[in-house]
Design a protein around this ligand. Sequence first.
Ligand code: SF4
Length: 343
Amino acid sequence: MTIKPFTPQLVYIEPKALEYPLGEKLKGKFEKMGLEIRQTTSHNQVRNIPGENDLQKYRNAKSTLVVGVRKTLKFDTSKPSAEYAIPLATGCMGHCQYCYLQTTMGSKPYIRTYVNVEEILGAAQSYIDEHAPEITRFEAACTSDIVGIDHLTHSLKKTIEFFGKTELGKLRFVTKYHHVDHLLDADHRGKTRFRFSINADYVIRNFEHGTSPLTERIGAAEKVARAGYPLGFIVAPIYIHEGWQEGYKKMFEILDEKLGQDTRDDITFEFIQHRFTKPAKRVIQKNYPMTKLELDEEKRKYKWGKYGIGKYVYQIEQQEELKDTLYSYMNKYFPKAKIEYFT
Ligand code: SF4
């Protein structure tokens, strides 16, 4: 089933956002679209998400868009894929049950887009200058599926064009959506790596509700590669399920079958195994009470993490098996592609 481009059910506009041209523009656009718009006096006022219980509120929040201003221009780090996370938006309309945003967004799972894009790009320029003559890479999808909302705001497009003009800056992001058409004519000058998240059919079907089907993601990948973007795929989360070897093989077969030969000159692969934290497990089970996601600490290996919150990853032997199997498929179907990491 195809997924329509995201349209919010409800829009909140923070007063400060209207001091920026993009804020005004979005207000006019959403009015024309006939969306319900509420004005707030501050970010914290966005509390009255409709819904009779937490679950309904959570679901409604995921189709609520807040137009706001990014106050902190200090960027988080974003290893291993980039040096910094560039904050263009937070939150996502997707319903991936394993998504870590459920934990990081806590009680505010709505989508928030920032209209002070010039200031954000100014901060990015300062980070680039600070690291010169090294290249500095920025990840735009750490706190949101930015492609999935960009048809409304075009702030990612602006960011792509900004990086096109920098000498030492590079941009990357990943998406599960296929709504890329407005980005095809962006003046990217090869500085942006456009990545798509892909997975075995079982994982997409059971855990990635509200996102584009695999074949549509691949169709979009082909379009962006033809538009000259360096292309990448992130296989994540790699999840052990019955018949996973076959499932991931099939995924590579579909990718091989659907992706034009002429679009394979510059492809990277990143591999990320499934992991969860104890707080994430609690939130997942609350937001998706019927989830089939396997979250048994006993079966996993504990890995110490930042702020004392460790993650549960697969056992070492399982990790090795996953890595060997996926690398072998990748080498078979995409011998020229580059592996960035397995984590
Ligand atoms: Fe989370 Fe990405 Fe799924 Fe959105 S598409 S819910 S950001 S995993």
